[in-house]
Design a protein around this ligand. Sequence first.
Ligand SMILES: CC(C)(COP(=O)([O-])OP(=O)([O-])OC[C@H]1O[C@@H](n2cnc3c(N)ncnc32)[C@H](O)[C@@H]1OP(=O)([O-])[O-])[C@@H](O)C(=O)NCCC(=O)NCCSC(=O)C[C@@](C)(O)CC(=O)[O-]
Ligand SMILES: NC(=O)C1=CN([C@@H]2O[C@H](COP(=O)(O)OP(=O)(O)OC[C@H]3O[C@@H](n4cnc5c(N)ncnc54)[C@H](OP(=O)(O)O)[C@@H]3O)[C@@H](O)[C@H]2O)C=CC1
Length: 422
Amino acid sequence: MTGTRIPGFYNLSPEERLDLIAETANLTEDEKKVLMGLSPLSITRANRMVENVIGFIPIPLGVAANFKVNNKETFVPMATEEPSVIAAASHAAKLAYETGGFFATTTGSIMRGQIQLTNIQNPYGEMARLYENKGRILELCNEQDPTLVSLGGGAKDIEVHIIEEGESPMIVLHLLVDTRDAMGANAVNTMAEAVAPLIESITHGRVNLRIISNLADKRLVRVRGEFKRETIGGAKVVNDIIEAYKLADVDPYRATTHNKGIMNGISAVVLATGNDTRAIEAGAHAYAARSGRYRSLTHWEKNHEGDLVGTMEIPMAVGIVGGGTKSNPVANLALKVLGVKTAEELAGIIAATGLAQNFGGLKALATEGIQKGHMALHARSLALMAGADESNIDAIVERAVQDQDVRYDHILAIINSEEGRG
Ligand SMILES: CC(C)(COP(=O)([O-])OP(=O)([O-])OC[C@H]1O[C@@H](n2cnc3c(N)ncnc32)[C@H](O)[C@@H]1OP(=O)([O-])[O-])[C@@H](O)C(=O)NCCC(=O)NCCSC(=O)C[C@@](C)(O)CC(=O)[O-]
Ligand SMILES: NC(=O)C1=CN([C@@H]2O[C@H](COP(=O)(O)OP(=O)(O)OC[C@H]3O[C@@H](n4cnc5c(N)ncnc54)[C@H](OP(=O)(O)O)[C@@H]3O)[C@@H](O)[C@H]2O)C=CC1
C-alpha cells in the first residue's frame, strides 16, 4: 500500500489524486466513476432514502493526506463545503506524522435507549422492581434483533434513573445496548418500543418517550497526537497554542468556535461516510458541557521535552453498517478508502481528524492569524462566485493573494479589469 505521507499531494490534479487513491484502495473503474460524479446516486435511490426528493446538493469530497492512526496509514475522505479545512487537516497530520501520527482507543459500542415513565408514586420501589426484572427486559429486547445478538451485540444491561425535579417524580429506564458496527438508533429504538408494555406491566407507571440518547457517553473515543516543538515553530508557538486552548477551556464564547474547528474535521468525515452528522454534533456539544460549563473538547499541554501534546475524549456513535453508510454509494466507497473493518476503527480516525483540525486552527491563530491560510484558499470560492472560470481563476486568485486583498469586491474588480478578462 502507498503511504499517505505524500508531499505536494495537493498539487496533483483531481484525476491524478483519484488514481493514486484507487490504487491504494483497490477501487474499480466503475467505483472511480461513482466518486467522480459520473455515475452518481440515482434519483430513484435518493427518493427511497429521504422524502419528497427533487434533486441533489453536491458537496466536494476531498481526502486528507499524511494521516497515520494507530500505526496504520490512511487517506481520510472528507466531505465539506468549507475551503482550507482539508488543507489544515493534512498539514497537521504531516506535523504529527513525525512523532508517529495519532493514537486512539475506544470504550466500546454501548448506546443508551431511554424509556420515560410518568405517573410514578414511589420511585424507589418502582426502581427496585425494574432491576428485579432485568433479565426479562433484556431478553425481550434481544428478541427484536437476532442479527445484532449473533454478532455479540444486543441489550446488555439497564440503568434506572429517578428524576425528582418538577411537579411529580419520573423514572427513566436506560437500556444499554451494544450496537457493534452500527450507529444503532434504529436498533435501540426498536427495542425501546418493543419493551415498553413489559415495563408498564412491571411498574405502575405510564410509558411516554422511547428513544435513543445521542449523549453516547459509553461510546467514547480518546485520541492523542504530539507535535515536536521545533517543527511547529518553537517554544513560543507551543506556549501560545496552550494559552489559546486555556481560553477555550474557560470561556464559552471561545470554546464554541474552538469546538467548531474540531467539528470541521469530524463532521466532514462523518458526512463522507454516510453517518449522522447531527447525532455526532449533538453528542459532542453535550459532552463538552458535561461539567455544567461548555468547555474545550481537546486538551493541549507541553511534555517533558517541551513538545506539544494534544488529546481529546469525545462520544463517537458512528457505524460502518446501517443508516446511510451502505445506501449511499459514495459513502460506501469512502469506507473502502479508509479500509476500516470496525466502527471503532472508524471512530479513531474521525477523532484523529478532529484533533488534527483543532491543531491546524490553533496553530494558525497563534501565529500568522487565520485569514492568511484560510482566505488564500477561500479566494477560489469568491472568484467562482464573482464569475471566474477555468480560463482565468488561477490568475485572479494569484493576483488577489499578491494584493493581500481577498475580498469579493476586489476579486470582482480584478475580473472586470483588463487582466481578469485575459
Ligand atoms: C492552509 C494552511 C494549511 C497553509 O499552511 P502553510 O504553512 O502555508 O502550508 P504549506 O504550503 O507550508 O504546506 C504545508 C502542508 O499543508 C498542506 N497544504 C497546504 N496547502 C494545501 C492545499 N492547498 N491543499 C491541501 N493541502 C495543503 C499540505 O499537507 C502541506 O504539506 P505537504 O503534505 O504538501 O508536504 C494553514 O494556513 C492552515 O492550516 N490554516 C488553518 C486553516 C483552518 O483552520 N481552516 C478552517 C476554517 S477556519 C475555522 O472554521 C476554524 C477556526 C480556525 O475558527 C477554529 C478556531 O477558531 O479554533
Ligand atoms: N436520535 C438519533 O440519532 C436517531 C437516528 N436515526 C437514524 O438511525 C440510523 C442508524 O440506525 P442503525 O440502527 O445503526 O441502522 P440500521 O437499523 O440501518 O442498521 C443496524 C442493523 O444492522 C444489522 N447489522 C448487520 N451487521 C451488523 C454489525 N456488524 N453490527 C451491527 N449491526 C449489524 C443489525 O441487525 P438487522 O440485520 O436485524 O437489522 C442492526 O440492527 C441513522 O440513519 C440515523 O440517522 C433514527 C432515529 C433517531
